[in-house]
Design a protein around this ligand. Structure first.
Ligand SMILES: Nc1ncnc2c1ncn2[C@@H]1O[C@H](COP(=O)(O)OP(=O)(O)OP(=O)(O)O)[C@@H](O)[C@H]1O
Ligand SMILES: [Mg+2]
Length: 267
């Protein structure tokens, strides 16, 4: 099999899954999501980021979180599950590096509030970031807002960022989630890449990997966009696969047929 990286002359792995945030493609919607994340952090509110599978939600969280200096902010990253509120609270304790032996909701809440108060006392802002939040149960949504509340404080002490698939919004709109939803101050939705964005996105990835010329034909871009719906993960997998298919045929320009070959490997 032709080594496609040598064939095209890539100096780095193209379309990697673990891209450094410095190398990210800075789209208008990524910038907008990051601005909203930071606005919620400043105001002590809640920000919600939604998008379909592979739209770039976790990457946007990673990118925004890197803007928070560790001397001023204490990031508490949590990947949600379908478990009970106790499980989420235990994960938050884990994120705060505190032991969580208790199974009582009130004890767990008290422990978390205690650590949050200590963090605030050190002039740091704790920032709770929950990814895959669409998985959380409705009873978790109904109780989560109480975590950020401290008696007598008018401003919530712990901003919350929720990211997840679109079902997250449905859960937030449910009547028992109202207390949490009413604290949302900014919301962003990551759409798939449109056809007009594709050339710039692909060019960016190629340049990061050391290639200045556009290796994808117009038809290949159309096929990529149609096949991936513009979702970044799928676009990346297909782009990489179609580069391999093109190299296999010793073609320096990727055609729509190469994209179709790559698509047969994906589900
Ligand atoms: N701004 C960007 N520039 C370049 N690549 C990106 C960017 N954002 C995301 N990606 C790439 O797209 C892929 C999917 O991104 P990510 O995992 O963030 O999506 P997601 O919406 O969290 O997906 P899921 O719904 O499965 O959790 C990753 O491999 C990531 O490196
Ligand atoms: Mg994700």
């Amino acid at each position: 099999m032709t080594n496609f990286k040598n064939f095209f002359g890539f100096t780095k792995e193209p379309f990697p899954q673990d891209m450094r945030t410095e190398d990210f493609h800075l789209s208008a919607q990524l910038t907008a999501a990051v601005e909203r994340f930071l606005y919620a952090v400043q105001t002590g509110g809640i920000s919600v980021i939604t998008g379909e599978v592979g739209a770039g939600k976790s990457s946007a969280l990673r990118y925004a979180a890197e803007k928070l200096h560790s001397s001023q902010y204490r990031l508490i990253p949590v990947i949600a599950s379908t478990g009970s509120i106790n499980e989420i609270l235990k994960q938050i304790c884990f994120g705060l590096n505190v032991e969580s032996k208790s199974i009582s909701i009130s004890t767990l809440m008290r422990t978390i509030r205690g650590v949050v108060a200590e963090v605030v006392g050190r002039k740091q802002t704790p920032v709770l970031v929950i990814d895959e939040a669409n998985l959380m149960r409705l009873d978790v949504f109904a109780q989560l807002h109480t975590l950020g509340q401290f008696e007598m404080d008018s401003k919530p002490l712990m901003p919350l960022i929720l990211a997840g698939q679109n079902a997250l919004l449905d859960k937030l709109r449910y009547h028992t989630s109202r207390p949490l939803a009413s604290r949302v101050v900014a919301r962003s939705h990551l759409e798939g890449l449109k056809h007009k964005d594709m050339a710039g996105y692909l060019k960016h990835h190629l340049e990061v990997a050391g290639i200045k010329e556009q290796l994808f034909s117009e038809e290949a871009m159309t096929a990529l966009q149609q096949s991936s719906g513009g979702m970044l993960r799928k676009t990346n997998f297909l782009s990489r696969g179609s580069l391999m298919a093109a190299a296999q045929e010793q073609c320096r320009v990727v055609s729509a047929e190469h994209v179709r070959i790559a698509a047969t490997e994906l589900i």
